[in-house]
Design a protein around this ligand. Structure first.
Ligand code: HEC
Length: 111
């Protein structure tokens, strides 16, 4: 009997914990959408696009990005990231990015 009570106490504790985590992560997703793009950029794209390593178009080189958007169009640029290029690994370094995330990342780099 004692051990069952202990088990129940543990279970409800565990459930309470995961509900709290769920609420916390939902709040985070809702409130930091803009900062999220910046974080993803820093984690997944900055290694090459900050410095222009391997000849990557640089973040902030708006003339270069403008030219790419005009020549290829945004959907093609998004496809380039998803499929990878000669020097760029498929997906950049982002496993979980959607098309919309890539669009935001490209916008972010263009500025
Ligand atoms: C390992 C280095 C590296 C990483 C990481 C990287 N890129 Fe690139 N990226 C490149 C290079 C280099 C090019 C230039 C084309 C080439 O030579 O592959 C490029 C080109 C691009 C282009 C232009 C595509 C075109 O069609 O001309 C876009 C858009 C782009 N990267 C977006 C991203 C995004 C978004 C991320 C992060 C999710 C990312 N890249 C991560 C190296 C990288």
């Amino acid at each position: 009997m004692r051990s069952i009570t202990a088990f129940l106490a543990k279970t409800s504790h565990a459930l309470g914990g995961s509900v709290a985590i769920l609420m916390l992560s939902t709040a985070m997703i809702n409130s930091v959408a803009a900062a999220d793009t910046e974080t993803t950029y820093n984690n997944s794209c900055a290694a090459c696009h900050d410095s222009g390593a391997l000849n990557a178009p640089k973040k902030g080189d708006s003339a270069k990005w403008q030219q790419l958007k005009q020549q290829k169009g945004l959907p093609a640029l998004i496809n380039s990231v998803k499929g990878g290029m000669i020097q760029m690994p498929a997906g950049g370094l982002c496993d979980s990015c959607s098309d919309d995330d890539y669009r935001k990342l490209i916008d972010y780099m263009s500025k």
